[in-house]
Design a protein around this ligand. Structure first.
Ligand code: NI
Length: 254
């Protein structure tokens, strides 16, 4: 059994989600963590997870929307997190690729959500783009808030940064980018990771794996990402399946 640890099942680009989930299950992808980016998508994710076997929710505020964070948002998320299908706080983090970005605000909101996740005893799902220096510094200075663990999603950075993430006892999530023809550097980084820290994800509907790059991504592509990772690491697809599923079940308590 595979687990898609990061997807956006309610994104409007995905048509007929019930059928997508059925096909994914036929391909041995049995559990799915649908990730929210703001309050409304958090509410929707919890509702969807609550009504679908094997679907779980990760809720929180995406760095792009940092200005929306306030006490009320925080208490709404805390309330939603009481639902047993909520397995993580995310996606949260830093994104400096945005044109109009207030870095100090993003750091403040990320730190508040680290506190929130720690209070709720939930792991975190981190989104980071062009901000790994500040991310590592901030995580190191808030190490006491990382007791429930977490993962850096869609990780494509260097092996040096990966090593910093591992030292913080966090996981690293691998998606479609690792299969791209021009991603040799990503695959070289993957070879330095212990299997015990790798999770699989699609980030559906974005970043479909090679040779389906132009298509809408769905959890049905998880086996393709797993097989590519097996090739890269020189192990069997079954080993990837067992290791990543064990890691995901332990981290997210599913
Ligand atoms: Ni995402």
């Amino acid at each position: 059994m595979y687990i898609d640890t990061h997807c956006h099942l309610l994104d409007e680009k995905i048509n007929d989600i019930e059928n997508v989930l059925k096909r994914a299950r036929e391909l041995n992808v049995q559990k799915f963590i649908t990730c929210a980016t703001d309050l409304n998508s958090s509410i929707d994710a919890v509702k969807f997870a609550d009504s679908h076997d094997g679907v779980y929710a990760s809720i929180g505020l995406y760095p792009e929307y940092a200005q929306q964070y306030n006490d009320q948002f925080e208490s709404e998320i805390a309330k939603l997190a009481q639902n047993k299908k909520v397995v993580a706080i995310g996606e949260i983090g830093l994104d400096y690729s945005l044109l109009d970005c207030d870095r100090e605000k993003q750091k403040e909101v990320f730190a508040r959500q680290l506190n929130l996740a720690n209070d709720l005893k939930k792991p975190i799902v981190i989104h980071c783009r062009e901000a790994y220096g500040d991310l590592i510094t901030l995580l190191k200075s808030h190490r006491n808030l990382l007791k429930s663990g977490g993962t850096c999603h869609c990780f494509t950075a260097s092996k040096e940064i990966a090593s910093e993430i591992l030292k913080l006892d966090l996981h690293i999530s691998i998606g479609g980018v690792s299969t791209f023809k021009n991603a040799e550097n990503v695959r070289n980084m993957l070879k330095t990771l212990p299997l015990s820290r790798i999770l699989l994800e699609t980030d559906s509907p974005y970043l479909a794996p090679h040779p389906f790059r132009s298509q809408i991504n769905t959890p049905c592509f998880i086996p393709i990402i797993a097989h590519s990772l097996a090739d890269t690491l020189g192990v069997s697809p079954e080993e990837i399946e067992v290791a990543t599923t064990t890691n995901a079940r332990r981290l997210f308590n599913i």
